[in-house]
Design a protein around this ligand. Structure first.
Ligand code: AMP
Length: 180
């Protein structure tokens, strides 16, 4: 699930995963949980997350690789917020090849830029102060947006209009997976 910060991808990922009976694997949630738990991983990523930047590609690959080894992910999974850079997409290709599996769909939840800033500010999390929100959007456009073309070229990209009600979006997503 690809989408800018504030696109609603986390909400849709959870609903869709529930519908499909597979885990929604959100790297952002996993990192926030690590920070909250005060684990070694949490201490390593805390500062970078607070600044709105991305944690290192190597670290996130380890987190995802370990998560995909958990039994609940063996029948399928939905990745939310990963990959987020071209090196992460390369790493994901390797991780999936090792597991002899592949992506079925890459969903791009599309939301206009002005709507994104308003939504992200309204969320009012600690990391959602306005300059951090803008930094997260800048990082998204610089590092993550190029993945849209990559997955379009691979024939995997499904564009979904994210500027609608949660229910309307969910209906489209469910139809895409034959779960409507
Ligand atoms: P999210 O909730 O997906 O917006 O993620 C919150 C924060 O966690 C991001 O701003 C990054 O600092 C970090 N993060 C989450 N996923 C990734 C990823 N795939 N690569 C690097 N950093 C990530």
């Amino acid at each position: 699930m690809l989408g800018a910060p504030g696109s609603g991808k986390g909400t849709q990922a959870e609903l869709l995963a529930e519908r499909l009976g597979i885990p929604a694997i959100s790297t952002g949630e996993m990192l926030r949980a690590a920070v909250a738990a005060g684990s070694e991983l949490g201490r390593r990523v805390e500062g970078v997350m607070a600044s709105g930047d991305l944690v290192s590609d190597e670290l996130i690959a380890e987190v995802v690789d370990a998560r995909l080894a958990v039994p609940d992910a063996q029948g399928g999974f939905l990745l939310d917020g990963y990959p987020r850079t071209s090196p992460q997409a390369d790493a994901l290709d390797r991780i999936l090849a090792k597991r002899e599996t592949q992506l079925d769909h890459v969903i791009h939840l599309e939301v206009p830029q002005e709507e994104l800033i308003g939504r992200a500010l309204a969320r009012q999390r600690a990391d959602d102060e306005e300059d951090v929100v803008r930094e997260r959007l800048r990082v998204y456009h610089e590092k993550t947006a190029p993945l849209i073309d990559r997955y379009a070229d691979a024939g995997l990209l499904r564009r979904v209009d994210g500027h609608r009600s949660i229910d309307a979006i969910m209906k489209d997503l469910a139809r895409l997976f034959g779960a409507a």
